[in-house]
Design a protein around this ligand. Structure first.
Ligand code: FSX
Ligand code: SF4
Ligand code: F3S
Length: 315
């Protein structure tokens, strides 16, 4: 099929899901910002997403362990970004959105792993109980630990979505009786970590697009893609003007920089938190915690919750 026709087919599929071409371009603009690129690169990003959508959709097995499902909710509640994500991957198993339950669900998981051994992408939400032989977290009488060990090593790549899967997150908060850990620490496999509680769906989309286009995803020493996590929240904060300098105003114009005063004295952890929230934003680019008037609580850092509490106190 010609490239033009393939792209048209992709746009038709999105249209059928209620995402117009105009909406798609809007998300590509947001995606460009979330990748830390200047807006003049939007055309390249559009092409990258089109190219990714034209490649065979990789089978994805999506596992849930100890967590609140906020990570899935974050992308399912951003329906257009969710639709684009679901147009580029083929979700073979996902407990929150699948119709099957009970034995039928167990069978579909088993069948998907057998069928796509070595080829599927595993997306993991939530952390894994490691103490007492994994006894503190089970599905269908199998521990998270056992499930993780039997499935994840068969994946072509593993994305740890959210702070829980990346570093342990809330289930690992003290005293952590179950010995909850992130995926890498629990079973020793390499993961691409997309922390955040919840993580930004645009960062998941950007990771999938890069993966499908066989672009190298540069990671920092904590397994986070540099395109999204190289700078701190503070580096791009719209309230930065009131903190130290006027560079932000020059770069982004004065409107956002007049948002209000710095929240550092209210306990803002923006200076020690690596994430692209100020440029990617949440809820279809509406806002992010600091823009909405709340200090950053460092939700994407390893050690969150323990190292970031008590909130509302200067670090
Ligand atoms: Fe954790 Fe995600 Fe926070 Fe919740 O699955 S990162 S508790 S938003 O849901 O894992
Ligand atoms: Fe930095 Fe937080 Fe102040 Fe923004 S509100 S300038 S992130 S300390
Ligand atoms: Fe989390 Fe701070 Fe962003 S609380 S969502 S890392 S602004």
């Amino acid at each position: 099929m010609e490239e033009k026709d393939r792209n048209q087919e992709f746009y038709d599929r999105l249209e059928a899901k209620g995402v117009s071409r105009r909406d798609f371009l809007k998300y590509c603009t947001a995606l460009t910002a979330s990748m830390g690129l200047t807006l003049s690169c939007t055309g390249q990003v559009v092409k990258a997403v089109e190219k990714a959508a034209a490649s065979p959709r990789p089978p994805v097995i999506w596992l849930h362990f100890g967590e609140c499902t906020g990570c899935s909710e974050a992308f399912l509640r951003t329906p257009d970004v969710g639709a684009i994500i679901l147009e580029t991957i083929s979700v073979e198993y996902h407990e929150t959105i699948m119709a099957a339950s009970g034995h039928q669900a167990e069978k579909s998981l088993h069948d998907a792993v057998e069928k796509y051994k070595g080829k599927f992408v595993c997306v993991v939400e939530g952390s894994i109980a490691t103490k007492y032989n994994g006894g503190y977290g089970k599905v269908a009488d199998r521990s998270f630990l056992e499930i993780a060990k039997s499935i994840i090593p068969n994946a072509a790549a593993t994305i740890a979505l959210g702070t829980c899967a990346a570093y342990g997150g809330l289930p690992a908060a003290a005293p952590n009786p179950g010995g909850y850990k992130g995926v890498k620490d629990a079973i020793g496999v390499a993961t691409i970590n997309l922390p955040g509680c919840p993580p930004n769906p645009l960062n998941l989309l950007a990771t999938i697009v890069k993966y499908l286009n066989k672009e190298k995803i540069e990671l920092d020493e904590l397994g986070r893609p540099l395109f999204a996590y190289a700078e701190t929240v503070h580096d791009r904060c719209p309230r930065l003007k009131h903190f130290e300098n006027d560079e932000y105003v020059e770069e982004f114009g004065s409107k956002e920089a007049e948002l209000g005063y710095c929240l550092y004295k209210m306990g803002c952890r923006g200076p020690e938190t690596y994430n692209n929230c100020p440029t990617a934003k949440f809820n279809d680019g509406t806002s992010f915690p600091i823009q909405a008037g709340h200090p950053c609580i460092g939700c994407s850092e390893p050690g969150f919750w323990d190292t970031m509490t008590p909130f509302y106190e200067e670090a």
